[in-house]
Design a protein around this ligand. Structure first.
Ligand SMILES: [Zn+2]
Ligand SMILES: [Zn+2]
Length: 361
């Protein structure tokens, strides 16, 4: 079938909206009619070659929609099922999966390599993150599409696919935030705001959000931040130390992807506290730690990829929190776009205009 898609071709070319051919689902695959695809900063990093970029790909990885058809051997999904695509489909059999590190599944890179369901102008296009959500239809492995109840609005649900599970998962799965604690979060984009919500759901009582964009700090206040720090005017480390009476926060999070902010987050954790790194920065960006302080202060530094999420466990519980009013999703969607306007949507992202922009099909 034919479908409109956001296509990247060549090493430096701009994003184009093209009509591509989408394959029928093969064995073990499903074809999904996308209803919504959230726009994540990782797409922009790929476009700008900050992260590795393929010469021929369909962008987008925060997708939700309805199963349109299924291939041979598919047993868990049927046409009409509502689904969220997961960025961390896992095999459940490798050493990392057996240890519960689903986001580190050793077979995930293989999943990412072999599937080229889109074709345009004589070339096969790779779906970004095995999803390719910025297309009216995509073909994914059965374990990449997670069934959800029909009454959940798919535009809001799409955010779970990457930003929300990454942020909420960092607080709940990685840091294991305890009630009554103090959390400081660098970044108020879709991920940072989701870390904030995860900390609140876990029962943290002091929630400090930090961003250099004052408009984003307003989102943080609406989502439960007890303190905000405008890093364009104030030193974030000094402010967190002042708010915590000089002790530092029990948990700190970096959700931007900048080495200097990661260093601040480490320094702002209290003695024995935990700094969780969520942001993915440039591979050549670094930060340094005092060789004297690491042992003496007994801080823990943790990496958290995709919130250490196991989507089959985490999507249902996050949707329960959404239903109970604990996890806000609807208001995170600050602008919706037509696929034709996807380039503008990424310009708005760069300008810091949205908590989350979403392409609605
Ligand atoms: Zn993402
Ligand atoms: Zn595995």
């Amino acid at each position: 079938m034919q479908a409109k898609a956001a296509v990247l071709r060549g090493s430096g070319a701009d994003l184009e909206v093209q009509t591509v051919t989408v394959d029928d689902p093969g064995p073990g695959q499903v074809r999904v009619k996308l209803e919504a695809c959230g726009l994540c900063h990782t797409d922009l990093s790929v476009m700008q070659s900050v992260l590795p970029r393929s010469d021929a790909m369909v962008l987008g990885h925060e997708g939700a929609g309805v199963v349109e058809s299924v291939g041979d051997g598919v047993t868990s999904l049927a046409p009409g099922d509502h689904v969220i695509m997961t960025t961390t489909a896992f095999c459940g059999r490798c050493l990392q999966c057996i240890e519960g590190m689903y986001a580190q599944c050793e077979r995930m890179p293989l999943n990412m390599g072999g599937n080229f369901p889109f074709h345009f102008d004589g070339i096969d296009l790779m779906p970004f993150a095995s999803i390719g959500g910025l297309c009216e239809y995509t073909v994914v492995a059965e374990n990449t599409a997670i069934k959800i109840p029909d009454d959940i609005p798919l535009v809001s649900a799409s955010l779970l696919g990457c930003g929300v599970i990454t942020g909420v998962g960092a607080a709940i799965n990685t840091a294991e935030v305890r009630p009554g604690t103090t959390c400081a979060i660098w970044g108020c984009g879709g991920v940072g705001l989701s870390v904030l919500q995860g900390c609140r759901i876990a029962g943290a009582s002091t929630l400090i959000s930090i961003d250099a964009n004052p408009a984003k700090l307003e989102y943080a206040k609406q989502l439960g931040a007890t303190h905000v720090v405008d890093a364009s005017r104030e030193d974030a480390l000094e402010q967190v130390m002042a708010i915590t009476g000089g002790r530092g926060a029990d948990y700190t999070f970096e959700a931007i992807g900048v080495g200097a902010c990661m260093e601040q987050a480490y320094m702002a954790a209290r003695r024995g506290g935990t700094a969780t790194i969520v942001g993915v920065g440039r591979f050549d960006d670094t930060f340094s730690l005092s060789a004297g302080l690491v042992a003496i202060t007994e801080k823990t530094i943790k990496g958290s990829f995709c919130g250490q999420g196991a989507s089959v466990r985490d999507f249902p519980r996050m949707l329960d929190w959404y239903r109970q009013g604990k996890l806000e999703l609807d208001s995170l969607v600050t602008t919706t776009y037509d696929i034709e306007d996807v380039a503008q949507a990424y310009e708005d992202m760069e300008a810091g205009k949205n908590a989350r922009g979403v392409v609605v099909f």
